[in-house]
Ligand binder design. Structure first.
Ligand SMILES: [Zn+2]
Length: 379
């Protein structure tokens, strides 16, 4: 049988296809708004998306993969891969489209995602963790933080792994929840049993969870704690509506932001108590798309509801792939309108992009904008 990692990649492709088709359904192939956006949000290119998202650069073999994905999608998204499916998977670098490389090699993401994790990245990580842990019993656990040093979860089952905003929740069969947060550069890495761990030096490991099939290793996690599942609110109850949650509530998110009309919209969008999931990348891009300066007060933003709605759409569109793009272009250096483009010409008007640290003292976060497309406060 294809191994679990291979199955996981197969599911990723199907999900990618599914989310792409939904995306195209929603926007009819072009992304236009009747009033307030800058337009020209190019529809995602499926081929480009999958090529980049899965590090799969051989076009001939890519077509084979997509044909397989399409035929599997036709049979139902949950179809498990068979030996026959796996052997048909084309291999890169081989003109016949076949070869001997492993699936993990074939589908390794093209590059590390350099952005600080935002809601879509965390959501995707939790989906993958859930794939390998849900319904399994832990055969080993190890915590390298003082508060949990004596904790042993061996023999405990994992019910599910889910995200809430940028928080990760591992719900366990013993009625406890392992709560973690990535902050700037934390990460959970999944390794098939026997594979060498490769998420960083050993001293950066904070937690290890193992099943019969996988090792799941948490690197550089600044937040790691166990709480009763019934009391999860103690750690996530402060969060506003989750942009990628099943209970996403646009009205409530808008209400919370609007409740502080004197605040800058830039700060309000990053405040996870208003809405959970946005970071500096989406904030910058979202405000550019709506022509809103990050320092405008909430009261000055006339289309607040549409801004928030667009934030959710951007996360939805990006959640199944490692690269985040708001331009619809996944090539390096072309994924953003303003984020990390200080001094470079605005893609719309050519004006050099500006940068500052925005936020209350001690919580300043990177902010990018185009001074022409996003007129300042009062303008
Ligand atoms: Zn501009």
């Amino acid at each position: 049988m294809p191994d679990a990692e291979c199955q996981g990649h197969g599911r990723d492709i199907l999900r990618l296809l599914d989310s792409y088709l939904r995306y195209m359904d929603n926007y009819g192939g072009s992304y236009r708004d009747d009033d307030d956006t800058l337009g020209d949000f190019r529809p995602l290119d499926l081929r480009e998306t999958a090529l980049m998202g899965f590090g799969h650069r051989n076009e001939r073999s890519f077509d084979g993969v997509m044909r397989m994905a399409a035929s599997q999608a036709a049979y139902g998204i949950d179809h498990e891969l068979t030996d026959a499916d796996c052997s048909r998977w084309p291999r890169p670098g081989d003109p016949s489209g076949r070869g001997s490389r492993s699936c993990s090699e074939l589908f390794r993401p093209a590059r590390h995602n350099e952005a600080v994790p935002e809601g879509d990245t965390v959501w995707r990580a939790c989906q993958r963790l859930n794939d390998v842990l849900a319904g399994r019993v832990l055969t080993r656990s190890e915590f390298r933080v003082p508060s949990l040093a004596a904790t042993d979860l061996t023999g405990v089952g994992v019910r599910e792994v889910t995200s809430r905003g940028k928080h990760q929740l591992f719900r366990l069969s013993n009625e406890l929840t392992l709560h973690t947060h990535f902050r700037m550069d934390g990460v959970w890495k999944i390794f098939p049993r026997g594979r060498r761990w490769s998420g960083g030096p050993a001293f950066e490991i904070r937690a290890v969870l193992a099943t019969d099939d996988h090792d799941v290793v948490g690197y550089r996690l600044p937040v790691i704690e166990l709480v009763p599942t019934a009391s999860e609110d103690a750690v996530i109850g402060h969060l506003g509506p989750d942009l990628l949650g099943p209970d996403w509530d646009l009205d409530e998110a808008v209400r919370r932001i609007a409740a502080q009309p004197d605040r800058t919209i830039g700060e309000a969008l990053l405040d996870q108590r208003n809405l959970a999931g946005l970071g500096t990348f989406y904030r910058a891009e979202l405000l550019f798309l709506h022509g809103v300066h990050p320092r405008k007060q909430v009261r000055e933003v006339r289309n607040l509801r549409r801004v928030v709605q667009r934030g959710q759409l951007l996360l939805q569109a990006n959640r199944w792939r490692p690269e985040q793009s708001t331009t619809g272009d996944l090539r390096p250096g072309r994924r953003a309108y303003v984020y990390q483009r200080l001094g470079q010409p605005c893609r719309r008007c050519g004006t050099p992009i500006r940068f500052e640290e925005l936020g209350p003292p001690g919580e300043e976060r990177h902010s990018y904008w185009c001074p022409h497309c996003q007129p300042g406060p009062g303008a």
